[in-house]
Structures are given as C-alpha cells and as structure tokens.
Design a protein around this ligand. Sequence first.
Ligand code: ATP
Length: 240
Amino acid sequence: GGGHPLLDVAGLTAGYGASPVLRDVTLQVPAGDIVAVVGANGAGKTTLLRALSGLVRPTAGTALLDGQDLLAAPVEQRVRAGLAHVPEGHGVIVELTVDENLRLGGLWRAGGRDLRAAVDEVYALFEPLARRAASPGHQLSGGERQMLAVGRALVAGPRLLLLDEPSLGLAPRVVADIMTMLRRLCDERGLTILLVEQNVRSALSVADHGVVLHLGQVVATRPARSLLHDDALRHAYLGF
Ligand code: ATP
C-alpha cells in the first residue's frame, strides 16, 4: 500500500428515487491496496458500486479514477478507463462455457491487446478454470463461479476491481481461498480492489483499509485491522 489514491470519491450522493440511498460518501482507494466497505444489510454498499460503474446515476459528488472523471463517462468508457465490476451473485452466464464467459469479459477491452492472450493469462492465474475451459458454467462449484467472475473481469484489463460480496453463499474455507486470491492479485499483479462485503471478518482480514457504511453514510475510515479490533464500533454498526 501507500501509493496515491487510484480511486478518489468525494461527496457522492445516489439512489433510486426521490430520497438518496448514499449520502455524501467520501473515500479513497490507494493504488495496489484493498479497501473493504462493510456495513449492515441495506447500508448502501451495492449502490456505491453501481454508482461507480454507471448502473445508478448519482445526483451529487465526484469520482476520479487516476484523475479521470468517471461519473460523466458512459459505462463503456469507464471500463476502458480501467474499471471492472463483478456484481453480487457473480453474473456468470451458466449456459455458456468457462471460455465463452471469459471472452465476454473482453467486450470493451482497450484496443491493442489480443483477447486470446488475455484469456490465457487468466488460465495461467486460475488453474481450475483452465481445466474446465469447455465446461458450462452450471457445472462449476460456487467458488469456481466466483473465480470465473473475477477472471472475466480481468480479461477487460482493469486497474480497479469493484467486487460485490464475493463470499456470498460460499463455505468458510472457500471464502478464505477467494480472499487469498484477491490479495495475490494486488501484491503480484498490481491490481487495486474496492471490496464490498457482509462477511466483515473475512473482508477486514484481507483488506488494507476499511470503510464502515451506515444508512448510506461513511461513519468510519480506518486501517482494516483497527476496525476489526474496535469492539464498540463493531457492536454499533457491524452487528457482532
Ligand atoms: P445488501 O447487502 O443487502 O445488498 P447493501 O448495503 O448492498 O445491502 P443496497 O443494496 O445498496 O445495500 O441497498 C440500499 C438501499 O437501497 C436499501 O434500502 C434497498 O432497499 C434500496 N434499493 C436497492 N436497490 C434498489 C432499487 N433497484 N430500487 C429501489 N430501491 C433500492
């Protein structure tokens, strides 16, 4: 960690109707770090990722990716700028094969680099996917589907990964494997990750920094470890 913020969000306000779900959210994600956004059900975590990737239109605030204004750009341009969003429930198309899912990730790839090479790079990173390249998504385990979702996002050549609850529905051992994989992507490949999680312990264990969201507002931003060990804060906002 310790670099300049790759993602710089300030005063972000967004929602679905008249009253906003997210209010005046400010956070930074340093290059090469994992920032975990934690908070109760309905705190607005998913809405935050949707606002950044362009699925929800913010009514106020700014979001800069490496100094580039994201919020004014159409979704495709955000992807080309280096943003990739792995949605809640992974978004794998289970009727398609692993290879077909991965190639879909190249839809908006920045020009120049070869799609096949990008897919093969994912196979080199995630050996279980290479073995199952021709298998339809529905034959994969939950952990493999989550791995495929991350792999598909990587094919787009992102600098910043937005990850929505990768632990959802997975056994604790598989969750630990996924978190280890995310750490490796940052440490070995220079990726930066904004991770949204209900699984607070796992998320804060792998993250560099934690942001606590409560009723759509940031109530704490701290080194992840210090959040994990703050009993009063955990009781008040994280429910354990
Ligand atoms: P969860 O983990 O349950 O997804 P969250 O922290 O991600 O929780 P959001 O999904 O961002 O929270 O939801 C925040 C609020 O926005 C909730 O009150 C929810 O009911 C509302 N909301 C979410 N999606 C929509 C939508 N499409 N239309 C209207 N309201 C929505």
